[in-house]
Design a protein around this ligand. Structure first.
Ligand SMILES: *[C@@H]1O[C@H](CO)[C@@H](O)[C@H](O)[C@H]1NC(C)=O
Ligand SMILES: *[C@@H]1O[C@H](CO)[C@@H](O)[C@H](O)[C@H]1NC(C)=O
Ligand SMILES: *[C@@H]1O[C@H](CO)[C@@H](O)[C@H](O)[C@H]1NC(C)=O
Ligand SMILES: *[C@@H]1O[C@H](CO)[C@@H](O)[C@H](O)[C@H]1NC(C)=O
Ligand SMILES: *[C@@H]1O[C@H](CO)[C@@H](O)[C@H](O)[C@H]1NC(C)=O
Ligand SMILES: *[C@@H]1O[C@H](CO)[C@@H](O)[C@H](O)[C@H]1NC(C)=O
Length: 207
């Protein structure tokens, strides 16, 4: 009897870690990929699809644009993706033609409310919106650093991404604003060089 119970206990204990390992995907580059995130059909949950391309973990938008995953927090169910590069010779985000970042409405990922979005080269009509386009908007601080060189001295605006109605989209377009970046959990009084540039997404726990 004792032996049977012991064997049972050992059997249960030994299956737990292996079942867990089967479900989570292999590391991609230097990032581990916790469940439910999935980089191939044999691991993770297919609804949480990411891509491991040449050792770089990437998130794909509805528009088919890949954004590099910079970090993953498995405790808070969050990933931070890289804002799209701004063409060095202009003030145009590389995803401008797709209208910016757009996440499928049925995706378990949405844009968290810890992002402050900075918009550049905005048209005059944007001043009427609830965005902060004033001369002391935090977007002016970004202009001072290298990344914004071609966006300098154009109208820029900022806003905290906390509207539930639009949590799957950061919009740019010709005639409105043509470039953007995002800062996670911004501290406006700190120097921009210490900001975390990225777009934080959070995922819903699988049912
Ligand atoms: C992971 O690798 C990238 C370059 O491939 C590097 O920029 C980054 O600092 C590395 N992160 C860690 C936590 O080692
Ligand atoms: C991950 O998220 C948890 C919960 O919000 C937080 O306590 C922790 O500091 C985060 N880890 C990192 C590395 O940011
Ligand atoms: C600013 O936006 C306009 C269209 O809204 C575009 O024609 C122009 O090229 C942009 N400026 C830069 C420097 O990219
Ligand atoms: C814009 O942001 C700056 C810096 O945070 C703040 O001082 C100012 O009051 C804001 N203006 C508006 C109109 O929200
Ligand atoms: C923002 O940064 C300043 C200067 O480093 C610091 O004194 C302050 O506590 C920070 N604020 C928050 C909310 O972390
Ligand atoms: C975004 O996703 C998180 C996690 O699933 C959820 O708690 C939050 O309500 C969602 N936000 C919106 C605006 O739908």
């Amino acid at each position: 009897m004792k032996i049977t119970l012991l064997h049972l206990a050992l059997a249960i204990l030994s299956t737990l870690p292996s079942a867990f390992c089967l479900n989570s995907c292999p590391q991609c580059g230097n990032l581990s990929v916790p469940y439910p995130l999935s980089t191939n059909p044999n691991c993770g949950n297919p609804n949480y699809q990411l891509y491991c391309n040449n050792g770089a973990l990437e998130f794909k938008s509805v528009g088919g644009i890949y954004y590099k995953v910079l970090s993953i927090n498995r405790t808070s169910n969050r990933i931070v993706i890289s804002p799209p590069p701004v063409d060095p010779g202009s003030c145009l985000s590389s995803d401008l033609m797709e209208g910016g970042l757009q996440i499928d409405q049925t995706s378990p990922f949405n844009i968290s409310n810890r992002n402050t979005v900075l918009l550049f080269n905005c048209s005059k009509t944007l001043l009427l919106s609830p965005l902060n386009c004033s001369s002391n908007s935090v977007c002016r601080k970004f202009e001072a650093i290298d990344g914004g060189i071609k966006c300098r001295n154009k109208r820029c605006c900022s806003f905290l991404k906390d509207s539930p109605s639009n949590s799957r989209r950061i919009r740019v377009r010709v005639g409105a604003c043509t470039a953007y970046t995002s800062v996670v959990d911004i501290n406006e009084t700190e120097d921009p060089s210490s900001w975390t540039f990225g777009i934080e997404l959070q995922w819903m726990t699988p049912a």
